[in-house]
Design a protein around this ligand. Structure first.
Ligand code: GDP
Length: 464
């Protein structure tokens, strides 16, 4: 019952962290999870590659494959049969392109890989952004066919653009699958030529070379995806890892256990006899039953009565977990979606003005100084304004310029106020925010206008 005295803390912080580490390490049998966004020029073979990979790894049974094959040859696009698995909706199937981020996952010996499939068509960049904004790593698929790689890599192609987009959103690990090598007679010099061009561009765009790798494949024939190139012509010159070998080595994001607790509230509900419940994904630190937590923004605090993870009651929960936390000693009126729970001794900064690096999608009205926007951070939506354009990054060359940022990556200052730049403005309530460099999950934002997502980005610095 609510009027019971609140529970006591079981472990002091040092002991708690020790225990959390021990338990997480003990789960060593559990595969580490990474999320992957698949990028590349239209028709490079992204869907075919992922469909074939899922099949080879046993995710697609033979019955589904045959059905897909039949379905796709009926539609007169039999070469698309592998892509069928990922390209879900009727409209996608008829147009033969992937439109949505199809959430799938595959399992390699040491990793559970969540696939955020990216569309290759120009119109669908906003979908890709929302995928990339959640990704730990990128898989770039390029077409090795003479002239096709070049078409995707030159100006107007999406290869450079996608790479710059994911880099701007904080992704630094990338695997490059050089696809359709069957179409160039498995020519090693073509593979090397493509690697050379991409290697230079990747370094120039800020991808550390230690985190980039290249793999020759044929998605269509299933060569060098799961099994080594033994039987194929490729084995004459290629002795390196398969695509799955590389996926298996992707670095999972670090769980920010030792950082201060950050729990953005995504839902508030009335708990039965246990106070008010809030749910959310823990973005940093550990929460323990009995702890007093501050609720930001505001001056209120609450005590943790119970924690549920996957409907099981637990004594603590750590970063990376979705948890339901029941709070007492607080009026539920002070708990709202988008607020952040944190330790009273280490509160999350509140921001009204901050700088961000954002990617502006192709939109009718370009973003300029004074543009009114809606800022979306976790589950919170607040009115804001682009108060300054600091620099824009030409997406094709990676060069910082100061021109119109439409369709480009830009550094901007965002202010939480409404009104016009020249006229009077009204400040809105500050929101809890952290730079991406401090906490990745707390430092990602979406920019919307008229309810439509027009841009995504990361927080650079909090000004005030
Ligand atoms: P996406 O737009 O990047 O998703 O590309 P798709 O997966 O839809 O593939 C585009 C076309 O390339 C389809 O006709 C595929 O059958 C074909 N394709 C994909 N991978 C290969 C490959 O390894 N070899 C050959 N020859 N064709 C391929």
């Amino acid at each position: 019952p609510i009027d019971e005295p609140p529970p006591k803390i079981a472990l002091e912080r040092g002991k708690l962290l020790q225990e959390v580490r021990k338990v997480l390490e003990g789960q060593g049998g559990d595969k580490k999870t990474v999320s992957l966004v698949v990028i590349g020029h239209v028709d490079a073979g992204k869907s075919t590659l992922m469909g074939r990979l899922l099949y080879e790894l046993g995710r697609v049974d033979e019955k589904t494959r045959v059905a897909n094959e039949r379905g796709s040859s009926k539609a007169g696009k039999s070469s698309f049969s592998w892509a069928w698995e990922l390209d879900g909706t009727i409209e996608e199937r008829e147009r033969g392109i992937t439109m949505d981020i199809a959430l799938q996952s595959l399992s390699t010996p040491q990793r559970q890989v969540t696939i955020l499939d990216a569309p290759g068509h120009k119109d669908f960049i906003p979908n890709m952004i929302s995928g990339a904004a959640q990704a730990d790593c990128a898989l770039l698929v390029v077409d090795a066919i003479t002239g096709e790689f070049e078409a995707g890599f030159d100006r107007g192609g999406q290869t450079r653009e996608h790479l710059l987009l994911v880099r701007s959103l904080g992704v630094s690990q990338v695997i490059v699958a050089v696809n359709k090598l069957d179409q160039v007679n498995w020519d090693p010099s073509r593979f090397e030529e493509i690697c050379g061009l991409l290697r230079a561009f990747l370094v120039q765009s800020g991808f550390p070379s230690s985190k980039t790798s290249f793999v020759p494949v044929s998605a269509m024939l299933g060569v060098n995806l799961v099994n080594n190139a033994d039987a194929s012509v490729l084995s004459k010159w290629y002795k390196g890892p398969t695509l799955v070998d590389l996926l298996d080595k992707l670095e999972p994001p670090t769980r920010e256990i030792t950082s201060p607790l950050r729990l953005p509230i995504s839902n508030v509900f009335k708990g039965q006899n246990s106070g008010t419940g809030v749910t959310g994904r823990i973005c940093g630190g550990v929460v323990q039953v009995g702890e007093r937590l501050r609720v930001l923004p505001g001056d209120e605090s609450a005590i943790v009565r119970l924690i549920d993870v996957e409907e099981q009651s637990v004594p603590w929960a750590a970063a990376g977990t979705n948890a339901a936390v029941y709070l007492t000693s607080i009026d539920p009126i002070h708990l709202s979606i988008g607020s952040v729970l944190c330790p009273p001794s280490d509160i999350v900064p509140l921001a009204t003005v901050f700088t961000a690096r954002i990617i502006v999608f192709d939109i009718q009205l370009p973003i300029t100084t004074g543009t009114s926007i809606e800022l979306f951070h976790h589950s919170r939506d607040v009115p804001a304004m682009i108060s300054k354009l600091i620099a824009t990054l030409d997406r094709a060359s990676g060069v910082v310029t100061k021109k119109n940022p439409r369709g480009t990556s830009a550094e901007v200052e965002i202010s939480l106020r409404v009104g016009t730049l020249s006229g009077p403005t009204l400040s809105t309530r500050p929101i809890p925010l952290e730079p991406f460099s401090v906490n990745k999950d707390m430092g990602r934002i979406l920019v919307r206008r008229g309810g439509e997502t027009i841009s995504a980005g990361i927080v650079l610095d909090i000004i005030s």
